[in-house]
Design a binder for this molecule. Structure first.
Ligand code: SAH
Ligand code: SF4
Ligand code: F3S
Length: 464
């Protein structure tokens, strides 16, 4: 029996898919090279914006023909949209067999085998492949007691299997699950559940295992990774403590972490980033908006001035740091002045780059309940383009400052193969800048190299 996983969404999903892959392999299933050949197709889904969901529903629709060819196959929807839409998925896509949320991944292999067995039984009995559908999701937040909700989001940390990763040298380690912020526009807290930090010993052991498997660069992940906090025996471990301890691990070359909530960027964390040579000097700190009134409507719990003060503090503590940002344009009621404040923040922040999103109303969130999604799509688009253009110019200016400098990079992979036989390799600096250069072959992948920068584009440095 063969399986295939299709993944969209953020790093949480990428890591979950890796873990699901390992779990399914251990349960005896084989990975399929082509989706159509698989007996089990899974969609690991994202609900962050409407567009992400629309794409999944239409992809599911296109799999109707697969189901006619393989009536005894299993089509499953896992991830955030599974938790959000639940049985509605069966209504919109009746050929789906399984809907399983991010808090139930541990149960995925046995559930798939149950479904396959039931279908096999029907096949022996010469019956139609109509089996019971399976819906496994966590409790809805705010509708149940907190402890029950926490329990219903079961953590999933299986043994790491190098075969499941596309890159041998890089791996992610989850240090916390869920989110407690409840920004008004955001679906994540309801689909990923309450914040839960993993015990530090477990995290450090996992990093050691990965390093033994040949991993050089580890990225610690969490929706608000800098809120990491684990209390045990009267001692509290925070992200900065984890960075110090993980840095000691021999063989580990580089340590990154994403994504940060502005309010938790305390001095201990900034000093750890500055002082630990293995820790990446790149900080992803979404601002979302530069306008106080919008930030208030978004319930972000900081002002634009506080965010600017943070940028200044980073600049004076870690002079070679790079900052990246997420911004939302066209949030409910966003006026030209409010948008102008975001433009100003982007100019002030001089971010390495920014991820800019058009506001997308998510049913079930506070902003959907309280405000009207009243900014026309065309205005959202214009604001998006304005910010993109400003950011592109800043990114280019920032990158140009590297021309003539020598930087150390970790070579990550091949970005191009030339017909003549050579390759273009790509790597990253400690401040997360992409550097590409030509090489005769791919043997340098996984190594640290010094490179001279000769040219710059907004997202790429060129080296010789
Ligand atoms: N936990 C992360 C964000 C995860 S979602 C953080 O707070 O930094 C990634 C980004 O998607 C967010 O930073 C935000 O910019 C964007 N986003 C979230 N909800 C959105 C929505 N409803 N519409 C548009 N963009 C959204
Ligand atoms: Fe969403 Fe805000 Fe949590 Fe980020 S911090 S995941 S934007 S609720
Ligand atoms: Fe999407 Fe879920 Fe991540 S909604 S952004 S995949 S946590």
């Amino acid at each position: 029996m063969q399986f295939y996983i299709e993944t969209v969404g953020c790093q949480m999903n990428v890591l979950d898919s890796e873990l699901v892959y390992s779990g399914l392999r251990r349960s005896g299933l084989e990975p399929a090279t082509h989706r159509e050949d698989a007996d089990v197709i899974l969609f690991n889904t994202c609900s962050i914006r409407q567009h992400a969901e629309d794409k999944i529903y239409s992809a599911l629709g296109r799999l109707k023909h697969w189901k006619t060819h393989k009536p005894f196959g299993v089509l499953g929807v896992i991830g955030c949209m599974a938790q959000k839409d639940q049985k509605m998925i069966f209504q919109r896509a009746p050929h789906v067999d399984l809907v399983l949320g991010p808090g139930q991944l541990e149960l995925l292999p046995e559930t798939i085998h149950q479904l396959l067995d039931e279908k096999l039984q029907l096949r022996y009995e010469n019956q139609e492949a109509v089996t019971g559908k399976k819906l496994l999701v966590s409790l809805k937040r705010l509708e149940h007691r907190h402890t029950e909700v926490v329990e219903s989001f079961r953590l999933f940390n299986p043994v790491r299997n190098p075969e499941s990763r596309t890159n041998r040298f890089q791996a992610m380690v989850r240090i916390m699950f869920g989110c407690n912020q409840f920004c008004t526009y955001c679906i994540v807290p309801s689909v990923r559940g309450p914040e839960q930090s993993r015990p530090p010993q477990e995290i450090l052991d996992e990093i050691r295992t990965l390093v033994r498997q040949g991993v050089i660069e580890i990225t610690l992940i969490g929706q608000t990774v800098n809120s990491y906090r684990y209390k045990s025996n009267g001692k509290t471990t925070r992200l900065s403590d984890l960075l110090y301890e993980a840095s000691e691990i021999e063989g580990l070359g580089r340590l990154c972490f994403v994504t940060n909530y502005p309010r938790g960027m305390n001095d201990e964390l900034l000093q750890a980033v500055r002082d630990l040579p293995k820790v990446s000097k790149h900080l992803h700190i979404p601002a979302q908006s530069g306008s106080d009134s919008v930030l208030r409507r978004m319930r972000r719990n900081y002002t634009a001035a506080e965010y600017r003060e943070l940028i200044d503090r980073i600049g004076s503590t870690i002079p070679d740091a790079s900052i990246t940002c997420d911004l939302i344009v066209g949030f409910c009621g966003e006026t030209e002045e409010e948008f102008g404040a975001t433009v100003e923040l982007v100019r002030y922040g001089r971010f390495k780059n920014s991820f800019i999103f058009k506001y997308s109303e998510r049913p079930g969130t506070k902003s959907a309940e309280l405000f009207s999604d009243d900014i026309p799509e065309s205005v959202k688009k214009t604001r998006n383009n304005i910010l993109l253009e400003i950011q592109d110019n800043i990114s280019l200016e920032q990158n140009r400052r590297f021309i003539g400098r020598t930087v150390e990079i970790l070579v990550e992979g091949v970005s191009k193969r030339f017909e003549t036989g050579g390759v273009q390799l790509s790597g990253r600096t400690l401040c997360d800048r992409i550097v590409v250069f030509d090489a005769p072959d791919d043997r340098l992948i996984g190594q640290f190299l010094k490179q001279n920068i000769v040219e710059a584009a907004p997202f790429t440095l060129f080296a010789r």
